[in-house]
Design a protein around this ligand. Structure first.
Ligand code: SF4
Length: 363
């Protein structure tokens, strides 16, 4: 079993010379640390830094974020995915201003009571922003620990989760959690990567049990993957007198509060075009006809592989749209093509908006 003090001294020596100059590392402002940790979940570092800088330019402190509309926050978040994070970020910012006087809480109980703040974010913010000796175990940390200590438990199983959390906490040298936690994450991101880890240049190679036992490829042990689910969708872009119909999804769910073109899943035995026209009827009450195919958009999220068949549609000759009867949306708009740019769309709908802009029929 590798010795804890040897582990931490090798790791911290490496971090002092290898750490990346990330914007929130300049002063470790709690608001910025919290924002970065929320953005980094499920997101590559380069992308998170780009969004972080843009977000911070618009919302330089928690007060400015708390005053923002959900619409504006979602628009700035567009493309990062997992939009629940953005909605929770806004709710938490408002709670920080209303309940905590604008200061990100420095106690685990208060911090973890904020919307969207789980065990990982609590540990990361308290250690990195406030220097408290708390563990912060993400996938990078799990991988490094699983390999150095050759742990055969899956970190996704309850027993494994407890083991990794306890081990990560026990390894923190007193008073150094800020650097130690960041160093572990950084090593997992830059050296001990999921595939082809760079063992020859790893600072922990001399104490790594998986390297010694040739089990690196088996760690961390993962539960069997869930099957990929293909989904076919029919979507309608409704055009009337140069304006395009968009609707705002109901709150909640993965894409709650974002804008979309009406559509939904293709039912068994149904053609994509029929599905698009049926969905328009069900979601708005409009009876429209197809004016032809617009685009086929492929998009993946979690384990779903979506193929979206999109059609240009319009009202029959002489008919005009009445007020829609909304069943899947909270509001709607008729907008010229140029105004779609300002709306927050899920990624697949943004791709469709871009396809619309390229279509000669709408030029
Ligand atoms: S020696 Fe290799 S497997 Fe072990 S921690 Fe370093 S990079 Fe990971």
């Amino acid at each position: 079993m590798p010795d804890a003090s040897r582990f931490s001294s090798l790791l911290l020596d490496w971090f002092r010379q290898a750490k990346r100059p990330l914007p929130w590392r300049d002063g470790y402002d709690p608001y910025q640390v919290w924002l970065s940790e929320v953005m980094l979940q499920q997101t590559q570092m380069d992308r998170a830094v780009e969004y972080f800088n843009r977000f911070l330019a618009r919302f330089p402190d928690v007060h400015s974020l708390a005053r923002a509309s959900e619409e504006e926050v979602l628009r700035l978040w567009e493309g990062l995915g997992y939009y629940g994070r953005a909605r929770n970020l806004l709710k938490a910012a408002r709670a920080i201003v209303d309940v905590h006087g604008g200061a990100v809480p420095s106690s685990a109980a208060e911090l973890s009571a904020l919307p969207g703040v789980g065990a990982y974010t609590t540990g990361a913010v308290l250690s990195i922003a406030y220097g408290q000796d708390m563990a912060a175990v993400d996938a990078n940390v799990e991988r490094v620990l699983a390999r150095v200590f050759d742990i055969a438990l899956s970190p996704k199983a309850p027993e494994g989760r407890r083991r990794f959390a306890g081990l990560a906490l026990s390894l923190i040298p007193q008073g150094q959690a800020r650097d130690f936690n960041q160093a572990l994450m950084e090593l997992g991101a830059l050296v001990c990567t999921p595939r082809d880890p760079a063992c020859p240049r790893c600072p922990l190679a001399s104490i790594c049990l998986a390297l010694a036992k040739d089990t690196v490829d088996l760690r961390p042990a993962l539960p069997p993957g869930k099957p990929v689910v293909p989904i076919g969708m029919g979507t309608a872009v409704i055009l009337h007198e140069g304006l395009i119909y968009v609707q705002k999804r109901l709150p909640g769910g993965v894409w709650g509060g974002l804008w979309e073109f009406p559509g939904g899943q293709i039912e068994p035995g149904e053609e994509p075009e029929q599905a698009a026209l049926r969905e328009v009827r069900e979601e708005t009450g409009f009876v429209v006809r197809s004016l032809g195919k617009l685009a086929v958009i492929k998009h993946s999220y979690t384990r779903y592989r979506v193929t979206m068949h999109a059609y240009l549609t319009g009202f029959p000759e002489g008919a005009a749209p009445c007020e829609p009867v909304l069943t899947a949306a909270s509001s709607f708009r008729w907008l010229p093509l140029a105004k779609l740019e300002g709306l927050a769309f899920p990624t697949a709908m943004r791709k469709l908006a871009e396809a619309i802009a390229r279509d000669p029929r709408l030029a």
